[in-house]
Ligand binder design. Structure first.
Ligand code: SAM
Ligand code: SF4
Ligand code: SF4
Length: 360
């Protein structure tokens, strides 16, 4: 089911070195392994109410200790093994990934891995004014900024730490000035919180070249008290936009693309919706996730995980780690969102992993 490539683990190859043709691992439903999401920290400077509500992530919450978190060297080693197994895109996430000290140093290491085509970042944008240039210089390919509202009061209430929206917009501008191509903005829509402002945020990003993606509020984790009535289905989001600005569907660009893409009929650009609740896309899901403490999850909603940090720190060889990962992926049969059905109920899974632990 999966093949190794002897050269991909050579982290000394220069950035952009030509990749050998890699054979992807495939899972039990014939889905290739193409994308790796790496959470570099479980900490965050925001307390978005739908992700890290203060009542659950307060002063008594036990975050990972420094010694429990994978080092940059460990992350790079594992990533090189993933590249060998067919991973082409890596996304750095968190918690808030820009809180991890010296993040550009990690990006530099990842940029040397042969076979990786993209190293992307999802961030709340709060530290981009300082970090956009160093990250770009280190070899980061793309940036996605999460921004749920343009209204300062609503934004401050949603991040729940009184962070002003203007500083995130400054961060977005810094990313643009640093020359990042195809910047994306993720906007989670929750009923009663920010749904009425959908057309306004769409209007703001028209003609900017920034690709706005609306995300349905998902039943990840247990602390956000998810309920179906808080979800604004993609269909409703699109109707809210298209009443103001006519839109036309666009074809998928690649297998495993999670966003449904649309374009404004007047040429003002693209937008997307990620409808993981009402129009799930498990059939093409080619992502694996690694938490900051080195646990692998084959599904965002997975309870089961596989520890890599133990073997990494007790001398396992690259071949052994590769074998473990390849077998894990070959056994994979996850399709949580499709099997729980469009009329989603939060699955009764008391230990579902939190979004802030896996990074989306
Ligand atoms: N802190 C970074 C950020 O906010 O971009 C990266 C981690 S965050 C967990 C990744 C993405 O997950 C963000 O775009 C966030 O809006 C989204 N997210 C978090 N909880 C969610 C939920 N319950 N439903 C849908 N999206 C969610
Ligand atoms: Fe932090 Fe991102 Fe979660 Fe908001 S969505 S609490 S910024 S990890
Ligand atoms: Fe992939 Fe799991 Fe999400 Fe389905 S529910 S798309 S398998 S992460």
């Amino acid at each position: 089911m999966w093949k190794r490539n002897a050269h991909a683990a050579d982290t000394s190859a220069p950035p952009g070195a030509a990749a050998e043709q890699l054979a992807s691992a495939t899972d039990s439903l014939d889905r290739p392994l193409h994308q790796l999401r790496i959470s570099v920290t479980d900490r965050c400077n925001f307390r978005c109410t739908y992700c890290m509500p203060k009542r659950a992530f307060g002063s008594r919450y036990r975050f990972l200790k420094h010694s429990e978190v994978l080092s940059f060297e460990e992350i790079a080693r594992v990533t090189a093994i993933f590249a060998e197994l067919g991973v082409e895109k890596v996304r750095l996430t968190g918690g808030e990934p820009t809180l991890r000290r010296d993040l550009p140093r990690l990006v530099e290491k990842l940029a040397r891995i042969r076979g990786l085509k993209e190293i992307n970042l999802t961030t709340n944008g709060s530290r981009l004014t300082e970090l956009a240039v160093p990250l770009r210089d280190a070899g980061l390919s793309r940036v996605t900024v999460s921004l749920d509202s343009l209204d300062d009061d609503t934004f401050r209430a949603m991040n729940d730490v009184d962070f002003p929206v203007g500083r995130v917009l400054d961060g977005l501008e810094a990313a643009r000035a640093a020359g990042f191509p195809k910047i994306k903005v993720n906007s989670v829509v929750k009923r009663g919180l920010n749904d009425s402002a959908v057309p306004e945020i769409a209007e703001f990003f028209r003609w900017t070249g920034i690709n706005l993606r609306f995300i349905e509020f998902m039943d990840v984790g247990t602390t956000n008290r998810w309920q179906m009535q808080d979800v604004i289905p993609a269909e409703e989001i699109l109707a809210l936009v298209s009443r103001r600005f006519p839109i036309e569907p666009l074809a998928h660009q690649y297998r495993g693309e999670v966003a449904e893409r649309w374009r404004y009929a007047d040429g003002a650009g693209e937008l997307g919706v990620i409808a993981s609740v009402t129009r799930p896309f498990c059939g093409d899901c080619s992502r694996i996730r690694m938490s900051a403490d080195g646990r692998l999850y084959t599904c965002l909603f997975g309870i089961a995980s596989h520890d890599l940090r133990g073997p990494l720190r007790t001398g396992a060889s690259d071949a052994c780690l590769s074998d473990t990962i390849g077998r894990l992926w070959a056994r994979r049969s996850d399709q949580y969102s499709e099997s729980r059905g469009g009329e989603a109920r939060a699955a009764p899974a008391p230990q579902k992993v939190e979004m802030s632990f896996l990074g989306g």
